[in-house]
Design a protein around this ligand. Structure first.
Ligand code: R5P
Length: 291
């Protein structure tokens, strides 16, 4: 029997998953001591049952990491049968290379830390230099959101699907195929955290409605620069779907100058006012095999 535990960053989605799975649901109690240390407490007995912790790692990412580590070790001590992590959004996946000497490859370290779990499910982990999750994560499974995005995109008046960089092709390509629309994949050069350069668009997109698709929207620079290129080529309406809408540093506001706020969409892997695509069903389906 599975017990779903909503951690601080994913209560809503965890609750929805539990309802879909008809599983017991409980929230992890998380408290901060005056000195900022964390205390976590389970409010449910799970002796000999499978505990599924659901956590999205955004905003106070490091606290959220400590929270699930404390919870996982506690669940082991209290004799859960299996301890599983579901991460609708997993942080640190983009640090998958030692870009400068002496730098940490944080994605790999996260994977090592999470070996405390019997299994880790991640919705659309950012896979770039590690092509497969199991290249660096033990006992991990990727959950795809491509179908959910395509389902949503079908409701939009889209003429062309645009991926801002080569990595985005894995989602933009699938969505374009399902919508039977043209797909344009651009090239991106990251010059700094808040500075990206997007290649020119060679195709004619005059008066066409374009849908930009990417996995992560963080500072929003990638989408802003892509939108500028599309506007320069006289595209008509712009839409954008980001699977994980982090929207750091007022990114949503910045973005809304180029793409109408109503046309910016993300999944609820990270809750926000634009997280309109509910992915609790695909996640629930993926963990159905857990006993
Ligand atoms: C990186 O390769 C990702 O796919 C996204 O393009 C990136 O994280 C977006 O970041 P930002 O919104 O800060 O440009």
């Amino acid at each position: 029997m599975v017990i779903i535990i909503g951690c601080s960053g994913a209560k809503n989605i965890a609750k929805k998953m539990a309802a879909r799975l008809k599983a017991q649901y409980s929230e992890l109690e998380v408290e901060k001591f005056p000195d900022n240390e964390l205390r976590v407490r389970f409010k449910i007995n799970f002796y000999n049952k499978t505990v599924v912790l659901v956590q999205s790692f955004y905003e106070n990412i490091n606290d959220k990491v400590m929270e699930v580590l404390f919870a996982a070790y506690t669940a082991r001590e209290l004799k859960a049968k299996r301890v599983v992590l579901v991460a609708p959004y997993m942080a640190y996946m983009r640090e998958d290379k030692r870009f400068e000497s002496g730098e940490s490859i944080s994605a790999r370290i996260m994977a090592r830390l999470f070996q405390v779990f019997d299994k880790t499910y991640i919705l659309e982990p950012h896979l770039h230099r590690f092509k497969e999750l199991n290249n660096f994560f033990l006992n991990a499974e990727k959950i795809s959101a491509a179908g959910k995005i395509a389902e949503y995109a079908k409701k939009l008046p889209v003429d062309v699907v645009v991926g801002p960089d080569s990595e985005s092709e894995q989602w933009a390509g699938i969505v374009a195929q399902i919508l039977k629309k043209k797909c344009i994949i651009l090239k991106k050069q990251r010059l700094g955290h808040r500075n990206v350069k997007i290649s020119e668009i060679n195709e004619s997109i005059k008066n066409k409605n374009a849908l930009i698709i990417d996995d992560v929207i963080s500072t929003g620079c990638t989408i802003v620069e892509t939108a500028k290129k599309l506007r320069a080529k006289k595209a008509k309406k712009l839409f954008c779907i980001g699977i994980h809408g982090i929207f750091a540093e007022n990114a949503l506001q910045k973005l809304s100058k180029y793409v109408k706020i109503a046309n910016i969409i993300s999944t609820n892997s990270i809750p926000s006012k634009v997280s309109k695509i509910d992915v609790s069903d695909v996640i629930a389906k993926a963990i159905m095999a857990e006993k």
